[in-house]
Design a protein around this ligand. Sequence first.
Ligand SMILES: [Zn+2]
Length: 340
Amino acid sequence: MLHTRIKQALRRSLGHTAPLAVRLRARPSLLILTYHRVLPATHPARRTEQPGMYVSPDTLALHLQVLRRHFAIIDLGVWLKRRREGAALPARACCITFDDGWQDNYTYGFPVLAAAQVPATIFLVADFIGSRYRFWPNRLAQLLGVLDADHLADLPDELSAVLAAAGFVAGVPGGMVDIGRIDAVINAAKSLSDETLVQLLDTAEARLGVAADAQSRDLLNADEIMTMRDSGLVAFGSHSRRHQRLLAGINPATLDDELLQSRAIIERVVERPVELFCYPNGDWSVAALALVRRAYLAAVTTVPGWNQPQSDLHLLRRMSVHEDVGADEASFMARVAGLV
Ligand SMILES: [Zn+2]
């Protein structure tokens, strides 16, 4: 906790020199920001969401206002087209991206983008569009929120081992409702494959009688996607077919499915060419990168940093921004400038 406060203070103090650091960057440059969810402070989804996954609508509005002072905010596809054609590029361009295709992007993010008339790209997971699919970190957080000492023994062994590795102590009053502690468990769980985690959660949820809210839907549906598309502000890219990590050893058929089929599915939904890809979890193998180069105009990573016109267009860097590193202007600018 103290550590967090020191970091916040550092971020704020560095924020005052950030505008100068931004101005000193090579020109032309391209800053791409990564967002995930847009959740108001009181939204129930925050209880099962990692702090690095969301901003509030007010914070997003503040970011756009601050960015306008330092950058030309443009659509990523437009920047790429201009670069390809050798047209003039803004001295400092900024592009807004959202990963995963969360439903809240429509309910809470889109009104902010529309009010500011700022373009953005949303990276969709093809098979999850309109579905009630839930990502395993949210399911794990929900499970831990209701877990008490009496039911610890009901968990599959591999899941118990993850809790132990993250320093989970049974019988703590209030269980694991503190999302800061859930964050540690989620990070420890990443030692297992997504497939294994989904199976373990299926078992644990069945044993503990944990059920998802039948009414809730985490991800965008086709109507919401089309409304945003029709605004002319929001473009869509592929974030794979089932959010599989594209690691070495993935079989070629799966790779085709994740990279090529995802594009075909999303193109059918949005009725526009899909030319941009976003690597799930920021992972790519040599084979994945080779196929991405053949199939897409450009692709974005989770590697932090800025881009220049000569940067590798299939390994574009991005800065991840969220509430806990960007709730005030100085902290946000420190993050944008790459100072913290
Ligand atoms: Zn993702």
